[in-house]
Ligand binder design. Sequence first.
Ligand SMILES: [Cu+2]
Length: 68
Amino acid sequence: MEQLTLNVKGMTCDHCQSAVTGALKELNGVTDVDVKLEKGTADVAYDESQVSVNHMKEAVEDQGYDVK
Ligand SMILES: [Cu+2]
C-alpha cells in the first residue's frame, strides 16, 4: 500500500471537495481519500499494482480541477 498527496487547484467549496473525493474513491485500487479544501490537497492511500498516479490525476482533472 502506498500513500501520496495530490495538490488540487480550483477547489472552492464543499461541492468541490466531494466531487474530488468521489472521483478518487471510484478508482479501483484507491482505498482511502482525505481531501482538505483549505489546503487544496488530497491525501490518497492506494494499491500501486491497481492504480497509477496518472490515473488519479486524470480522474480529478475530469472533474474540472488542476492537479500539480
Ligand atoms: Cu465548489
